[in-house]
Write a protein that binds this ligand. Structure first.
Ligand code: ADQ
Length: 469
């Protein structure tokens, strides 16, 4: 293999890896790109009046990145539109929030074709191409149309939706067909892979071939399960750093005589934040004697604020947190500390470590890395308890957590009580099992397994001949 080309909507290779803000995924992919002398390609985040089929190159701490500017209409229709208002809600089973606008689909197709036009000339014959996430499903098809015959892999960071919901999408067949121009498609869990297979077999009348192969639309593709994880050693280093330790001390001091429950999530309806607050409220109602002994720290940076659904949920959460605090707070105690801000990785590690309970309760989530970060940050001799939604991909591996149905406020309330009263020996036993999972799914293992599988995926026997039009 000569080089690895990573493609994603936004390029997150850090300019300064020591600054502590880059996530594990960005660090792991950057390390692979340095090793394989690669290139990270994606949207610059900038808009221009008229699209030009050219990339701007930058060096970011030894990683070459190639960035493309888009037109404002592309951003509206492809990014805010089809990616964030159509595919994201649909893949998270929110058909009630899904926008079925034809212009969004057209913008998605147009923008992917534009990415292909800029990327194709940068590809050399032996390059391995790894495309990430739902923003870029048609990109392999568009590259093939331009004559690219390299191995191309796709990894989906979100869940794959149930067939009965996917068919509500106009042109669902076209979307799935374009995935057959990849050589390998990776999912976080067997459940997401099985849902994809179900669509291919039941709706598109394809076949399962061998252990990991699918055949449909006259083509074959390999599928596989590659559960993502965190950069465990990097995270432990962050936890033990001066700032990590100082943040822990600060939080421990502020929680003195009280148990802290922590939630850390982007502000997104898939994360189950409203249901979580309602479950916590139920716990406060049902357990008056425990009230003053606990508080919930919910750290929720604003995301996708250009999309109106996200503004709506933000308003509802503000109101809900305010109502619960208004009802229960005392002169020296507030049940919820609700913060809309981001923290560095070392600060987050210190916060997690000071929390007796980690509350990770998405309604549907591809994997959920916060669950793994919370576990990694714990003190092995006195670990906290992870409460995890059964609908997070992470639940497929992290069965030793307290698994809950986040739609049930009573189940959430019971789980919070169990976690707060769990004996030390049980907490240690559970933590040890969970920490093993976190280590076994380190992000570098995920990356290397995917790259290896892509390198050895059987080649598409014959590339389809496309009409130039
Ligand atoms: P996300 O939906 O963004 O990712 P998640 O996996 O939880 O969800 O990752 C969020 C990351 O953001 C974590 O590393 C977390 O520490 C960080 N973060 C959250 N709040 C923060 C804050 N206030 N300050 C600083 N950092 C914060 C998508 C999918 C997931 C999948 C990942 C990776 O939706 O299901 O696990 O991609 O594939």
């Amino acid at each position: 293999m000569s080089r690895l080309i990573v493609v994603s909507n936004r390029v997150s290779a850090p300019k300064d890896p020591a600054a502590g803000s880059a996530g594990g995924l960005a660090m792991a992919l950057s390390a692979a790109l340095r090793k394989y002398d690669g290139l990270w390609f994606g949207w610059s985040g900038e808009t221009v009046e008229t699209f030009k089929a050219e990339a701007k190159f930058e060096d970011r701490a030894g990683v070459t990145v190639a960035l493309v500017d888009l037109e404002a209409q592309d951003v509206d229709e492809y990014y805010n539109g089809y990616a964030n208002k159509t595919l994201w809600p649909l893949f998270h089973h929110r058909v009630d929030l899904t926008a079925y606008e034809r212009s969004f689909g057209e913008g998605y197709e147009r923008t992917n074709a534009r990415f292909a036009e800029v990327l194709a000339p940068l590809i050399e014959p032996d390059d391995l191409i790894w495309i990430h996430d739902y923003h870029m499903i048609p990109l392999a098809r568009d590259l093939r149309r331009l004559g690219v015959t390299n191995r191309i892999g796709f990894f989906l960071h979100t869940p794959w939706p149930a067939r009965q919901l996917l068919v509500t999408l106009p042109y669902h067949r076209r979307l799935v067909e374009s995935l057959f121009d990849f050589d390998l498609i990776g999912f976080h869990t067997r459940e997401w892979m099985d849902l994809f297979t179900d669509y291919v077999v039941s709706e598109a009348k394809g076949d399962v071939t061998g252990e990991n192969g699918l055949e449909c639309f006259g083509r074959q593709v390999q599928v596989g399960v590659f559960p993502i994880g965190i950069d465990v050693d990097g995270f432990l280093e962050a936890r033990n750093s001066t700032l990590g330790a100082r943040t822990y001390d600060r939080m421990a001091a502020s929680a003195v005589f009280r148990s802290m429950i922590v939630g850390v999530d982007r502000l997104d309806y898939s994360k189950g934040l409203e249901q979580r607050l309602v479950g916590y409220e139920e716990f406060l109602h049902k357990n008056p004697s425990m009230r003053g002994d606990v508080f919930l720290l919910q750290v929720t940076p604003i995301s996708r604020d250009d999309v109106d659904t996200y503004q709506d949920i933000r308003g509802r959460l503000d109101a809900l947190a305010g109502r619960i605090n208004g009802e229960f707070a005392d002169m020296d105690w507030q049940p919820i500390r609700y913060l809309n801000r981001t923290y560095r990785r070392d600060q987050l590690a210190g916060i997690y470590r000071a929390a007796r309970v980690g509350l990770v309760t998405p309604l549907r989530d591809g994997m959920n890395l916060v669950a793994k970060e919370y576990v990694a940050a714990q003190n092995p001799e006195d670990p906290g308890v992870l409460i995890l939604s059964r609908f997070a991909g992470a639940a497929e591996q992290m069965g030793e957590a307290l698994l809950v149905n986040p739609f049930s406020r009573e189940e959430l309330s019971d789980a919070i009580k169990n976690a707060l009263t769990m004996p030390l020996a049980e907490r240690i036993r559970k933590w040890e099992a969970l920490m093993k999972v976190v280590r076994d799914t380190d992000v570098s293992i995920w990356r290397d397994d995917f790259v290896q599988a892509l390198m050895s995926a059987p080649r598409v026997k014959e590339l389809p001949v496309f009409d130039a039009a």
